[in-house]
Structure formats: C-alpha cells, structure tokens
Design a protein around this ligand. Structure first.
Ligand code: PEP
Length: 247
C-alpha cells in the first residue's frame, strides 16, 4: 500500500509573529511537492494567527493539549479549544514533554485518546534514549510506548507515529537510514501483530531527529520511513527541501 509522505515541522517554543510570517512566507512561496502532507507545530499562543495566515495545503498543529475538555487545569489547553479555532492536529508525547515535563506513557496515551475522541488527528511521538539504545532496549522501549497508546485508543485512522530517538533530537546526530528503517520496520510489524495488517500497512511512521536537507533524501528512500518530524531545520528555508525529499 502506498502511504502519502508526511512532513511536520515542530517550531517548539520559538518565534514571534514576525518569525511566523517569515516561515509561512517561505513555505508558501516554495514549490511544495503536492504528494506530501505538510504540517507545522506552532506555539499555542500563535496557533490562531498562523492558522488565519496559512494556506489550506499547510496543516497547523498544537504541540500539546490536555486529556479533558475543560475545567480547573490552569495553563492547559484542550482539544475542544483547538477545534474551536480550526486547528485539527496536535503533536503529543514529544520527548521534551516526556523528559522535561515528566509526561508518562499513560498520560500521553490518555491525551492521544481524548484528542482523537475530540476529532483531532495526532502525531504521536515515541523513541528511546541513548542509554536505552546502548543497553539494547530500543525495541522493548518503543513497543512499551506504542502499546500504552494502543491500550487507550479505539482506532488508528487519525494517528501518525513519529519515531524520534531521543539521542538524535536537536543533537545533530541523525540515525542512519539503516538504524531508522530497522526501528520503523519493528513498529510496522508490531502494528501488524498487535493491531491488524491493514493498520500496519496504512499508518504513517515518520522519523525525527536532526533531519536536514543534507540527510533527508537518503532517509526518505527507506521503505518504512513515511516522512519526517523536523525541529531545528523547520525554522530554516531548507524545510522546503525536506518537504520535497522524495523528488
Ligand atoms: C523534534 O523536535 O521533533 C526534532 C526532531 O528536532 P530536531 O529536528 O531539531 O532534532
């Protein structure tokens, strides 16, 4: 089955309105491969602004949201609020949320479930740390993370899985195409064994971790890599080249 290539940019906690204008301007004047789903993960404060200014071929995502609709959760935003301003996507489980904000597999799974139930599509991030990789635990760690999500959700239709080895995020150390493909293949087999062959074949599994214009084409050649989640390079003009990696 052919899966549509998917490239997301994660702006993290960067930018101003002016920077958002520049980044959007760069994307909208670049000629983007029409066979690619393009998403940008924008700081919550600028979602409405960016959503208003971006063209319909660019999907806008929040970088986080909470696991209930409303209530006494100071500082949080809900999927219902995102839907209210026309945002249809959210990135959940990013390693910075897991590591800096101590988000657990269970909390992330609950957030993914509530986001899906609320009508959002989700980029669900998983990945091992360097210590875990060196201890030979990569497979068990990503299996545990994906299983936690599977136990909470009813269907995978609106989920993109982002495999992001923590040791590669923001470090300039990219997984080699072979290293990334190996884990993507494990994840696809996990989906086939634990969910269904159909879900395994249609779910996009994208790679994140120091993707640049220089390394994206080789990564994109691997059969189980269906796109990228890009941090640092999504704030640079080269993001357009990453979107067009398959060309
Ligand atoms: C990310 O933030 O998801 C990411 C992969 O960052 P970077 O591309 O900078 O490694």
């Amino acid at each position: 089955m052919s899966r549509k290539f998917f490239v997301g940019g994660n702006w993290k906690m960067n930018g101003t309105k002016k920077v958002a204008d520049d980044l959007l301007g760069n994307l909208m004047k670049g000629s983007l491969d029409p066979n690619v789903d393009v998403l940008i993960g924008v700081p919550a404060l600028y979602l409405d602004y960016v959503k208003e200014k971006s063209s319909c071929c660019i999907k806008v995502a929040a970088q986080n949201c909470y696991k209930v609709e409303k209530g006494a959760f100071t500082g949080e935003i809900s999927p219902a609020m995102l839907k209210d301003i026309g945002v249809d996507w959210v990135i959940l489980g990013h390693s910075e949320r897991r590591q800096i904000f101590q988000e657990t597999d269970l909390l992330i799974a609950e957030k993914v479930n509530h986001a899906l139930q609320s009508g959002l599509s989700v980029v669900a991030c998983i990945g091992e740390t360097l210590d875990e990789r060196e201890a030979g635990q990569t497979e068990s760690v990503v299996a545990k993370q994906i299983k936690a999500i599977h136990e909470k959700i009813c269907n995978w239709d609106n989920v993109v899985i982002a495999y992001e080895p923590v040791w590669a995020i923001g470090t300039g150390k990219t997984a080699s195409p072979q290293q990334a493909q190996e884990v993507h293949k494990i994840l696809r087999k996990w989906l086939a064994d634990e969910v269904s062959e159909a879900v395994s074949q249609k779910t996009r599994i994208i790679y994140g971790g120091s993707v640049t214009a220089a390394n994206c084409k080789d990564l994109a050649k691997e059969c189980d890599i269906d796109g990228f989640l890009v941090g640092g390079a999504s704030l640079k003009p080269e993001f357009v080249d990453i979107i067009n990696a398959k060309q």
